[in-house]
Design a protein around this ligand. Structure first.
Ligand SMILES: Cc1cc2nc3c(=O)[nH]c(=O)nc-3n(C[C@H](O)[C@H](O)[C@H](O)COP(=O)(O)O)c2cc1C
Length: 340
């Protein structure tokens, strides 16, 4: 019997729980098409960044001012703004184009930290045809005078602003570095998040010793990184009024299965798509089907959350007790000799 892989996420009925997360594959129409042909069940488009929106706003202001000063008829320039080639305009055009190129759901993405100019762009992303919107709250809190509580209020404000502006469902991509992620997850759901994406992967800069400078360094993820979102998915599953999506460390069928067992509605992939190309999707789905058939699971819905904190026979496996057990589980490599 072929197991039913259908998965509901943000009110969308998806063919299975493997979604392409935001990344470089969606930079053009062809990338969307290749992802869809490879069999992902939905695509999250790369982000439109708050900085792009702010910059485009400045350019537009400048343009209008220049027009007004020179010709006193700035309004006559407005149609040309459409072709101005700014980041946001390009983004919206590509989104609309991608929607006509693929038949699977496309989720737009906004990336920033404040409510800022997002309201307008959230609406325009909806108008361009996005089936849902992901809000990536990527912030590095370097200011010692800003408290966690203040930051959380800022995030909630951004989520409320965007949720009130659109009628498509909203997902929020979260940082794992929160003092009380479970509490914040509940508040985000109350603020209008229909889905939570666990987690944002923070890229740490490195120091170049030759150039004596700080340099950006992007390292693709590995399956081991799945365990952080896996744990929090299991803890939050069935406890917050939002669907859960795992992002970080999904590379193979086993990762997808673990994510669903922990309670994820979908698992998302970027690094594996960059490392192996879209051809990685088919074997991943075959592996999921094979494992489910062997264990006689009829559907992903039946599996979902069965090893979550709530349903696990040993919920302490996700708690502090797990820390002690983990430390005690370490054994020296046989050829490294005995412990000091
Ligand atoms: C090259 C690259 C570009 C990315 N661009 C975005 C982006 O525009 N917006 C976003 O929210 N996440 C972006 N991400 C993060 C991914 O969506 C994903 O959350 C992260 O890579 C963890 O998933 P993975 O382990 O499957 O790579 C990007 C990741 C990579 C590697």
């Amino acid at each position: 019997m072929n197991p039913n892989l259908e998965s509901d996420y943000l009110g969308l009925r998806l063919a299975h729980p493997v979604v392409a997360s935001a990344g470089p594959w969606t930079r053009d129409r062809e990338g969307f098409r290749r992802l869809a042909d490879a069999g992902v069940s939905a695509i999250v488009m790369h982000s439109l960044f708050e900085e792009e929106i702010v910059q485009a706003g400045r350019l537009t202001d400048h343009y209008l001012e220049y027009g007004a000063d020179s010709f006193g008829e700035s309004l006559s320039y407005l149609p040309e703004l459409e072709d101005y080639g700014t980041g946001p305009e390009r983004y919206l055009r590509l989104l609309a184009d991608a929607k006509s190129a693929v038949s699977i759901p496309v989720i737009g993405s906004l990336n920033g930290t404040t409510a800022g100019g997002w309201r307008r762009f959230a609406r325009r992303i909806e108008e361009a045809g996005a089936d849902a919107l992901e809000l990536n709250l990527y912030h590095v809190p370097t200011d010692p005078s800003t408290s966690g509580a203040e930051l959380e209020e800022r995030y909630l404000d951004a989520v409320r602003t965007v949720a009130d502006s659109v009628s498509i469902p909203l997902a929020v991509k979260l940082s794992p570095f929160l003092t009380a992620p479970a509490h914040m997850a509940g508040r985000l759901a109350e603020a209008g998040a229909a889905g939570l994406v666990l987690f944002n992967r923070f890229y740490q800069p490195d120091i170049d010793l030759d150039a004596l400078s700080v340099v950006p360094k992007l390292v693709l993820s590995r399956s081991e990184e799945l365990r952080l979102p896996l744990r929090w998915t299991a803890i939050l599953s069935g406890r917050v009024g939002a669907d859960l999506a795992i992002s970080s460390g999904v590379h193979a069928a086993d990762d997808v299965l673990k994510g669903v067992l922990a309670g994820a509605s979908v698992t998302m992939i970027t690094s594996e798509l960059l490392r192996s190309g879209p051809g990685c999707i088919a074997p991943m789905l075959d592996g999921v089907r094979h494992w489910m058939s062997e264990r006689e699971y009829e559907s992903v819905a039946q599996m979902r959350g069965s090893l979550s904190h709530r349903h696990n026979e040993s919920p302490e496996a996700f708690e502090r007790a797990n820390y002690l057990a983990t430390l005690h589980s370490w054994r020296p490599e046989p050829d490294l000799g005995h412990l000091p």
